[in-house]
Design a protein around this ligand. Structure first.
Ligand code: ZN
Length: 610
């Protein structure tokens, strides 16, 4: 991928992987490396590490790993040329069109690029309609009524979809957007009319348009809101359908604006609607994102976790949304978020509240918001009669399941104490119940580390590390490995094979080796590079060799009885005799190696899997 001297290599060097990853994952220093919670699997304790010197990342939990390009490709779900383009833009390195040739070859990437362009154009069209068209006047009046004027409208790119039903399509065609892309965007709807004729019209008509952007601020979809009034038709909000660049469940509205503010404030305000987040953000509460629906998805929670682990949830206070709200709150709790719940007075939604009472009043409410568990406890205490034993049991049971979901043990114990206090129950009882609930809790959905990685012994890692880093020892050990076929059948066989083919005495090009490996083996290689510490020398090389040689012999020995029995059954006496000789030789060899290893096993740290 990144050949020496190539444009990709230049970008790779300029884009420090720690900085790039740091924009997605909060990292902290651990020794020479940086660690954080893995963005590719769900976890509570960090097993994701980034190596500044080697410029690689690796997760010990799920086994993902690679260089900065692979990170961007995975987290953004894009192809290599797209990742290259993003990183080049970020580092200010100009690339020649040639660098993106592959992008043009990949139909999926081409499709996405076309869709981005379409949405940019459509956004311009809607904005123009809002500011300049006669029809747009009604939309402007509607927004002005809600306190949204010029600067806010342009900041959020708000637009207007005219009622004609053909205007956008005409505009896109004029802008030379291919018909296939227009169709793919879902901004055009086909309706079969009379006589089998189908006609098409714009999806959004007579609506205020909210562009939906990804975290990088690129428009990927639209939401349209009716202007209200008697002639409003259809649902209050209408969304773009899902496309190759828009997955509803992976988007948080306003995140491209709010991301930095959330990191700075170390918490996010989570609201339901577009208008809520726009109203709060324009009032000065910048760290606000909207879920665009009451049911948060796991993807949205993970997306948010990349910016902060604390959240104040301020959903609309309507009863219908309560269950969905609780599911969302539970999800946040399970992902290790510190969750607070804000209920605004007078049944106001965030938009209405901040418009009536202003930023300071809203901040005051934010400061007052109770933790989710305190909120639940208060509610349980209100809903049940704490004077009666039955009431107490019911109240505790309403809170316990959530309490058990708090992944952090200390926080859980502390919360249990508060719950017990509020419900006037002995703390011991609450704790016992939690422990039981924790035991009976459904097994956590966890991505287990690839088995293959468990099968890689320390000796294997060490020997590979030596081959990768120590030219002197590589010269010596390559012939020995080749001769003994020691690496055959190992999980890392393919990596060994690549290293055996590398010219002796020349520094190993790790990315080059990685490129010639399959995905699993690549992950393994990065895992080895990430996990090894220090520079093993001759002693370690010899003892690793010893351990691997021993395992190699033992495996062969294990297979012999079966083969010998087979030879006997088939009356192949020659073969039987040869196998028996092998057996004796293997035993002898093994005794020798065991003796050797006993003397030098200092250099194999414990936990060597052997
Ligand atoms: Zn992971």
């Amino acid at each position: 991928m990144a050949e020496p001297g190539s444009a990709a290599e230049k970008v790779k060097q300029a884009a420090d992987i720690v900085k790039v990853v740091g924009e997605y994952v909060p990292l902290r220093k651990a020794g020479v490396n940086m660690v954080g919670l893995c963005p590719f699997h769900s976890e509570k304790t960090p097993s994701f590490s980034v190596h500044p010197t080697r410029q690689i990342f690796h997760c010990f939990g799920c086994g993902e790993g690679g260089d900065v390009f692979q990170f961007v490709m995975m987290i953004e779900n894009v192809t290599f040329p797209e990742a290259l383009r993003q990183l080049a833009e970020k580092t200010g390195i100009r690339l020649q069109a040639r660098a993106f040739e592959k992008e043009a070859d990949d139909p999926k990437a081409k499709e996405r690029a076309a869709l981005y362009r379409l949405h940019e154009e459509a956004g311009k069209f809607f904005a123009e309609q809002m500011s300049a068209s006669g029809e747009g006047r009604a939309a402007r009046a509607y927004l002005a009524d809600r306190g949204l004027t010029g600067p806010v409208i342009s900041r959020f790119g708000l637009g207007y979809a005219p009622s004609s039903g053909q205007a956008l399509t005409r505009y896109l065609v004029q802008s030379r957007i291919p018909p296939g892309t227009i169709e793919l965007s879902g901004l055009l709807i086909a309706e079969s009319g009379t006589g089998g004729k189908s006609r098409t019209y714009d999806r959004f008509r007579r609506r205020i348009i909210f562009p939906i952007t990804n975290e990088r601020g690129k428009v990927i979809a639209f939401a349209g809101r009716t202007l209200g009034g008697a002639d409003a038709s259809g649902p209050k909000y209408l969304n773009s359908p899902e496309t190759p660049i828009y997955y509803k469940s992976r988007v948080l509205y306003n995140l491209s604006h709010a991301g930095q503010a959330i990191r700075k404030a170390e918490y996010a305000v989570l609201v339901e609607g577009y208008m809520d987040s726009i109203a709060l953000a324009s009032a000065g509460i910048e760290n606000v994102v909207a879920s665009c629906g009451t049911s948060l998805t796991e993807n949205q929670v993970k997306l948010l976790a990349r910016f902060a682990r604390r959240v104040v949830v301020n959903f609309d206070p309507d009863a219908a949304g309560v269950r969905a709200t609780e599911r969302s709150l539970d999800l946040l709790l399970e992902e290790g978020f510190e969750v607070k719940v804000l209920e605004l007075p007078d049944d106001l939604d965030p938009d209405g509240f901040v418009r009536q009472k202003g930023e300071a009043a809203y901040r005051e409410e934010l400061g007052r918001a109770p933790s989710y568990l305190d909120y639940l406890t208060d509610r349980a205490a209100r809903e049940h009669d704490l004077e009666s034993p039955e009431g107490k049991v019911a109240a505790v049971n309403a809170v316990l399941p959530r309490l058990a979901r708090i992944p952090n043990r200390i926080l859980r114990a502390e919360t249990a104490r508060r719950v017990a206090e509020s419900l006037r129950i002995e703390e011991r009882l609450v704790r016992e119940e939690i422990d039981r609930a924790a035991r009976e809790r459904r097994p956590e959905v966890k991505v287990s580390a690839p088995k293959i990685q468990d099968e890689v012994s320390l000796a294997e890692r060490q020997l590979l590390q030596i081959l990768l880093e120590n030219e002197e020892l590589r010269k010596e050990f390559v012939p020995r490995i080749e001769e003994s076929s020691l690496h055959r059948g190992l999980a890392t066989e393919a990596i060994f094979e690549q290293l055996l083919q590398t010219d002796p005495g020349v520094e190993v090009d790790v990315s080059g080796v990685a490129e010639r490996l399959g995905t699993e083996q690549q992950k393994l290689l990065y895992g080895i590079l990430a996990s090894t510490a220090g520079s093993p020398g001759r002693d370690e090389a010899e003892s690793s060799w010893g351990w691997l040689w021993r395992r190699h012999l033992e495996r062969r020995l294990q297979k012999l009885p079966e083969e010998m029995a087979q030879a006997q059954r088939n009356k192949e006496m020659e073969r039987f005799k040869r196998l028996n000789d092998d057996k004796l030789k293997l035993h002898k060899e093994l005794a020798k190696i065991k003796k050797l290893v006993r003397f030098s096993n200092k250099s194999i740290p414990s936990g060597g899997n052997l």
